[in-house]
Design a protein around this ligand. Sequence first.
Ligand code: C2O
Ligand code: CU
Length: 440
Amino acid sequence: MKQTNRTVEYLLEASEFNWEVKPGKTISAWGFNQQVPGPVLKAKQGDTLVVKLVNNLPEATMIHWHGIRLQATMDGTGEVQKPIEPGETFEYRFELPDAGTFWYHSHQNETVQMERGMYGGIVVEAENDPVLDNDRILLIDDMKLDENNDFKTDKALGRWMERHDGRQGSTCLINGKEAQTLHMHAGQMERWRIVNAASARYFKLSLDGKPFKVIATDGGLLEAPRTETELLITPGERYDIVVGPFKEWEVFHFETLAYNRMTFGKSKRQNYATVHVIESIPSIASLPERLTEIPDLAPRNAAVNRKVKMSVNPSLKHGLDFKVNGEMHCNDEPVFVGDLQVWEISNTSMMDHPFHLHGFFFQILEENGEAPQYKAWKDTYNLKPKSNIKIAWMPDNRPGRWMYHCHILEHHAAGMMANFEVIDRNAPVLPRQNHFHCHA
Ligand code: C2O
Ligand code: CU
C-alpha cells in the first residue's frame, strides 16, 4: 500500500552525555542525540527511511532496525557491515514495507551500549490504522547502577549470576525517566505502543488490574482487539494496547507484576510510572472489531524442515555456556528464497529465552503441540523452560546474511545465537561460506 514514496531523513549522533533519569539522579549515558531513548523515528508505510549515523562514542558501533523487513546489507550486524569506528559516519537507507511499532538499537557490544541507552522507537503509520485520541510510544528499560549512579560492574559471583539471569537493575525507566507521572485526559482512548528495550527484564504489564485492549504486536495489527488485564512483554517484543476511557482524576500504576523466569534474582512487582487522569475532553476514537486479515503462512501440521535447539550447559571455562544446536555462536545452514521455512525451536534449558529472528516475521503454528490462541506476526517470542514452538516464515527475495538469537543480551553475547544465509537460487553469486558446523 504505497501511497506517497516519501523519503524521511534523520541524523543520529551517538555520543556519551549526562542524562537525568530523575531530578538529582544523573547517569553517564550513551545514546543518540543526547537523549535516552534516542528520538522516535516516524514515517508512513511505504516511505524510505534514511538515517545518517555519526559515531562520536569512544568505541565502534552500528545500528540494528529491529523488526523492519529491510535488505540484509542494512541490517546493522557484524555479519553485513564493518563496525562504524569513532569519528566515522554511515548512512542506512531502506524502505518501510510494514506499519507498526519497531525499534532501533546498537548491535555492537550490546551488553554495554544498550544498557547505557543506545536504543529508540520507530513508528510506522498505515492508512488503515484505527483512529484514536492519542498515540504514544513507551520504551521500557531498567538500569543496574551503583551507589554513585555509575553502571555497576559485579565481581565473581555477581558476574556469574548476571551471565545466568541477564542484567537487571532496580532503576526502572519509561522513556528514559524513573518514577514519572503520565497525564491523560478522561474520556479518551489512547494507543500505547510498548517496546521492551531492557537487557533481560520480563515485563508483565498491569494497570492496577484495569482492562486494556491489545491491538498489535511485533509485525503490526492483530485481526481483532483482545481484552486483557495482564500482558507479558519480553525483551525485544512490542505490543500496542488501547487504554481508556477513564474517569476524571483516576490514578493508576503502569507496573510489572512478578514473573518467574527461573533466575537467581527473585522477580517482584515494580512500578514504572503513575498515570494521572485529568479533565475530560471529547473523543474521536473508534476501534473497529475487525482490524486486519492475517493470512496463514502454513497449516498447523506442516512438515518441520529445521530444528533449532537452545540450551544452557555447564562449562569449565565460563560456568555456563549458552548454545544454539550445541554450539556457541552457531553458523546454521542456508535457506533459499521462496522456500517456506517450518522450524521447530526447542528450549531444553531450565530458564526462559526470548527467540528473535532478524529481518522476517514468523507465525506460531504450535506451542508445545497446541495451536496458538490468536494469529500474529512475530519477530520475537518467548520460549518457556523445557518447551518448544513450531513456526513458519517465508524467506522473501532479500538474500544475504541474517541471524537469530536470544534477546536477553547477556545470553546472546554468551553464544546463544546463529547466523545463516538466505540464498537466491537464481543469482549468480555463490554463498560466502559453505561450512556449516551446527545441526540439531
Ligand atoms: Cu533486537 Cu539482534 O536484535
Ligand atoms: Cu536467553
